[in-house]
Design a protein around this ligand. Structure first.
Ligand SMILES: [Zn+2]
Length: 405
């Protein structure tokens, strides 16, 4: 049988480690998945030879800062003061001389994500009185240069504070009106010293424009838990749809005692508030089983990489999944596989589609790895052998592997 619809066939792969299959792609979508060798490619269809490799959906980076990195620039020494306030000040003092944000630098970051199999990205982008919306324009331009290979979702992120910088709420409002999918927030107590005020301002914008909210919450323990409840109160009050509000980091969730954690997570699950984690190495990890039991969907992200906050980070989302699993003591097959699902399929909750998987109708985002199964791919952080992104076969060899060039 010849299938004329498929413009590309990814031949002889093992989706999720299962039986050998061919994957037909039409445009930017998966058209069909059939037993290997049963559907000869139509004349003229592009063929990607899978050679029996493991196939996974594209990795989804749910918490990135694609505007901030100095990837592609010469090495920059770490300087300035520590802590959130210190890093904010250091970044504002040095970013102009590095020429960031800029579309060419952001494009280097996106290319590195792509090289390691990330096909969809939710990126926070700084919006402040110095930059206005220039950063958002830069990352959109960078994504456009990749011709749809990376799908970008933008969070307009007030890194320098909201209420303490009069004019920022108006900027966020403008960003939402201009199409930012989400408006961000940041430590409403420690940065703005007015948690109710910051959150009310953000929720007002969400109510007016129907955009999502994705709020950085580093604040620990009781303070953070109090603020998560302020967020949940507003989600409930405004009747916001599940999946529209995200808490990034949410360190308080692991700080509080088990009974309070269960109450927090149950309420988050019931209201459909999601979380994102960057699997911080020096802290306890979000509890996989408890998150799942409460129905709290969560995503994995690289956070900023190689930027004025930290020299670390390489943009490989599978590396973050490994870090999360290793630091969290994840060892059983079903749990290792679950972490791979979080890094791929379950990222759907944080981007534009309901479904992100190797199934007909999904965006054709496919990563091939020389691994026995998803668990093996995770624990060995297996290099990506081939990447199809939005129906395009990515030329991995053409993507620069060196971050300083
Ligand atoms: Zn962040």
């Amino acid at each position: 049988m010849v299938d004329d619809d498929a413009t590309m066939v990814i031949r002889d792969v093992r989706p999720w480690g299962g039986a050998p299959a061919d994957v037909g792609v039409a445009g930017d979508r998966i058209a069909w998945v059939r037993p290997a060798g049963t559907t000869p490619p139509a004349p003229g269809a592009e063929v990607v030879e899978g050679r029996g490799l493991l196939a996974l959906p594209g990795l989804v980076n749910t918490h990135a800062h694609a505007d901030k990195s100095w990837w592609g620039l010469p090495w920059q020494s770490y300087g300035g003061e520590g802590g959130t306030q210190g890093r904010i000040a250091h970044e504002r003092a040095r970013r102009d001389e590095l020429g960031i944000p800029s579309a060419p630098v952001a494009e280097r970051v996106l290319r590195e994500y792509l090289r390691t199999g990330t096909t969809r990205v939710r990126t926070h982008v700084d919006v402040d009185l110095g930059l206005g919306l220039r950063g958002i324009e830069a990352v959109r331009e960078a994504a456009a240069a990749l011709d749809g290979a990376i799908e970008l979702t933008v969070v307009a992120f007030p890194q320098d504070g909201v209420l303490r910088r009069p004019g920022v709420l108006e900027l966020l409002d403008r960003a939402a009106r201009a199409g930012a999918e989400h408006v961000g927030g940041l430590d409403p107590a420690l940065i703005d010293r007015d948690p109710v005020g910051q959150l009310d301002g953000l929720f007002r914008i969400a109510a007016e424009h129907g955009c999502g909210l994705d709020i950085h919450l580093h604040e620990p323990g009781d303070l953070g838990a109090f603020e998560i409840n302020l967020i949940l109160d507003r989600v409930e009050r405004d009747g916001i749809a599940p999946g529209k509000v995200n808490v990034a980091h949410g360190f308080a969730v692991v700080d509080v005692d088990p009974a309070r954690r269960r109450d927090l997570l149950d309420r988050m699950g019931a209201l459909g508030v999601t979380m994102t984690t960057v699997a911080p190495v020096r802290m306890r990890q979000l509890p996989l089983a408890e998150m799942d039991a409460a129905g709290v969907r969560f995503g994995l992200g690289t956070d900023g990489i190689r930027d004025l906050w930290s020299p670390y980070g390489d943009g490989d989302l599978l590396g973050i999944a490994w870090q999360y699993a290793r630091a969290g003591g994840v060892v059983r097959d079903e749990d290792l596989r679950r972490v791979v699902e979080l890094a791929t399929r379950d990222g759907a909750a944080f981007v534009t589609d309901e479904v992100h998987d190797l199934v007909p109708g999904a965006r054709a985002d496919v990563v091939l790895l020389d691994a026995e199964n998803p668990m093996d791919a995770l624990v060995r952080r297996v290099p990506r052998a081939a990447v199809v992104a939005g129906g395009r076969a990515v030329d991995l060899a053409a993507l620069a592997a060196r971050p300083w060039e």
